[in-house]
Each structure stands twice: as structure tokens, then as C-alpha cells.
Design a protein around this ligand. Structure first.
Ligand code: SAH
Length: 348
């Protein structure tokens, strides 16, 4: 008989599943899996041997396995390649900032969006991650940090995949992560990054959970945006901007627009002028990201001068902009790069 996986179930689901046991057992098992780092029933030392053996017969606890870990020279970035039960692997990045530990998780294995500058989408979409798998990424790092008496402080959902095309699983994971029997994680410490799936942004607004929304813009007009991001043909720039504005109005939270700077492609003063114009009056920040060149893609980073000029232009035209501090370039921390290397290796 196939064993049922308990990892990723809510407390109510666990109680239902374990209805033949006293009710407090479900809570106890949830605490072990979600708060105390248990990855097997063996670890649950306050359950009797008999109960553990019985649970092991019927159930399993599926948590991701570490395939590879890379640490940057300055020790500030750690990248984990984690594999799930079917062998599919995703990347999780831990960044140690002065304001705490931030992690970046993946929501899909591969990605269907086809953005021209991105490594995650080179092999297309393999599958969605379940809520339990996404939670597993976070708990994995939490367990890793516990050894140093630290914890995950902020979460960015900005790894491989388009989170808003895996909406239901994402929402289930966010709600689970917020529960007092898991990490009790504040929604305000979570950022979701999207390429602009407009109907799903509206669904997210309706959920009324105070997460930060980050929208990948990367171009200030439809022609260039469609050339870089095929999704723009389905949800064009003006609709994306309108949904961002609505998000800010409804939630009172500033939207971040991400703008990768690509040398000679979208980094001129004219682009900055257009960007300032389309964002004028919005409650937003612009995060400028000098592109992390990907082997398979022929894009160059912007010059330092072009980056500074772009940054300066926005800030002197009433747009709050920052340039992203680079983390972990030496360890292929750009989305999808480590997983691709691993895929290539296994094909060789
Ligand atoms: N699909 C979501 C989240 C994953 S991508 C989204 O599009 O936002 C996370 C961020 O990394 C996006 O802003 C994406 O455009 C950016 N990104 C992708 N490839 C990159 C590269 N080569 N260099 C720098 N940033 C990149």
C-alpha cells in the first residue's frame, strides 16, 4: 500500500487523517515536522516506539533532500539545490543581510514564461511545486539555520517559476507558513515576484493578505517588453501597471517594479525617461538589477556609468529607485543556473 505523505498538511488535515488517534497527536506531529526539524517519525522521540512504528507503516514525511550546497567567498550567500521525491530539483538561496536572513524559494520546476534573459525557463516547465514542497524549501533552510541559533527572517518568492501561475498551491503554502503551529511567519515579511499575470494579481488583492508585490517590468514600452517577455502579449504593460496601482491602493503597500538593466537593450536615458513617465504618480519603488549574464543567452551587463545614470534619472524625476546589491554571482545564484548545470551534467 502506498504510504500517505503528511508533510504539507494543515493541522485540520492532520487531525482528519489521524482521526483514530487522540487529537493532541496531530498537533504534536505538526510541531515536530514544522517547528522541531523532524524529517522522520524516528525523530519524534516523545511518541512511543509502538506509535512510531505504526505511523511508519502508514505514512511518510516527504522533505527535500540536499543535492548540492554552494557558499559564496564572503559567506553571505548560500545556495542549496534540493531534490524532491520524484528527483526534480530546485534552487533555494539564503542571503545573510544586516537586517536578517532572507531566503529566495522556487515555486515551479522550470518555468513556462520564456523570458529571453532568464536561465530558469531554458528547458520549459516541468511541473508545479505543491504547497508542502514549497514549505519544505523554507523549513529546510530553517533547520539549517537552527544549528547556528538563527532563523529565516524574510522570504522572497523569486526563485525559479512563476508563482502566480501556481496560485492555489502558493496560497495554501503562505497560509500554512503563517500558522502558529508552523513558523508563525508574518505576511509582511514576504515578497512575491511576478512577471505580471494580471488576473492572478487581482485574485491576490482579493485575498487581503499583506504581502509585498514585486512586478518584473524590464522594459518601459510594449514593443521592447514583448520582445523580452512573451507574457506581455497576453497581459500588456498598461494592464500590468493598472493592476500594480490597484494593488497599492487596495493594500496600502508600495509595489516594487523590478527592472533588469541589459547593456544596450533597455538602459539608455530614453528608456529611463519612458519608465519615469509610465510610473509617475504610483506608490512604488523601482529596483534596478544589472543583468546577471547567462551562458546560453547573449545579453551583456550595463556599464557602471549607464547604471548610475539610469538610477540618477529616475530619482531626479520623482521615482524612488535603488540598485540591487549583488549577492552570490560567484556561485551562480541567478535563478536557474545551478539547476541547469546539474541537468547538463546528468545528460553528459
Ligand atoms: N517569475 C517571477 C519570479 C521569478 S524571476 C518573475 O518574473 O518575477 C525573479 C526575478 O529575477 C525576476 O525579476 C526576473 O526577471 C529576474 N531575472 C531573471 N533572469 C535574470 C538574470 N539573468 N539576471 C538578473 N535577474 C534575472
Amino acid at each position: 500500500m502506498e504510504k500517505k505523505n503528511l508533510f504539507g498538511l494543515t493541522l485540520a488535515e492532520l487531525e482528519n487523517e489521524l482521526a483514530d488517534l487522540p487529537k493532541f497527536r496531530a498537533k504534536q506531529i505538526a510541531n515536530w515536522m514544522y517547528q522541531r526539524g523532524a524529517i522522520s517519525f524516528e525523530d519524534m522521540t516523545d511518541l512511543s516506539k509502538n506509535l512510531r512504528a505504526d505511523l511508519m507503516q502508514r505514512y511518510e514525511i516527504l522533505t527535500p533532500q540536499l543535492v548540492k550546497k554552494l557558499v559564496s567567498k564572503d559567506n553571505l550567500t548560500t545556495k542549496f539545490l534540493l531534490a524532491f521525491a520524484d528527483g526534480a530539483a530546485v534552487e533555494v538561496v539564503l542571503m545573510r543581510h544586516d537586517y536578517g536572513n532572507s531566503i529566495c524559494i522556487s515555486t515551479q520546476v522550470g518555468c513556462a514564461m520564456g523570458c529571453k534573459f532568464c536561465a530558469s525557463t531554458l528547458n520549459g516547465l516541468q511541473r508545479n511545486l505543491t504547497a508542502g514542497e514549497m514549505l519544505g524549501e523554507i523549513i529546510f533552510v530553517q533547520n539549517f539555520l537552527r544549528e547556528e541559533n538563527q532563523k529565516v527572517d524574510t522570504l522572497v518568492i523569486m526563485g525559479t517559476g512563476e508563482p502566480l501561475t501556481n496560485f492555489d498551491n502558493l496560497l495554501k503554502m503562505l497560509k500554512l507558513l503563517h500558522e502558529s503551529y508552523t513558523l508563525n511567519f508574518s505576511y509582511r515579511k514576504i515578497t512575491i515576484s511576478t512577471c505580471g499575470i494580471v488576473p492572478a494579481i487581482k485574485k491576490l488583492i482579493a485575498e487581503k493578505i499583506p504581502v509585498t508585490l514585486s512586478i518584473s517590468l524590464h522594459a518601459p514600452n510594449n514593443k521592447l517588453r514583448s520582445a523580452l517577455m512573451p507574457i506581455n502579449s497576453a497581459f500588456p504593460l498598461n494592464e500590468v501597471l493598472k493592476s500594480g496601482e490597484e494593488y497599492a491602493l487596495e493594500t496600502g503597500r508600495r509595489v516594487t517594479y523590478e527592472y533588469i538593466l541589459i547593456g544596450g537593450v533597455n538602459d539608455t536615458e530614453e528608456h529611463a525617461r519612458q519608465l519615469a513617465k509610465i510610473l509617475s504618480g504610483q506608490l512604488c519603488n523601482v529596483n534596478l538589477i544589472p543583468i546577471n549574464p547567462v551562458d546560453e543567452r547573449n545579453f551583456q551587463p550595463p556599464t557602471h556609468n549607464a547604471t548610475q545614470k539610469f538610477f540618477h534619472f529616475l530619482n531626479t524625476h520623482n521615482i524612488n529607485a535603488t540598485v540591487r546589491k549583488e549577492f552570490g554571482a560567484g556561485i551562480n545564484a541567478a535563478c536557474g543556473q545551478l539547476r541547469n548545470q546539474n541537468l547538463k551534467k546528468s545528460k553528459d
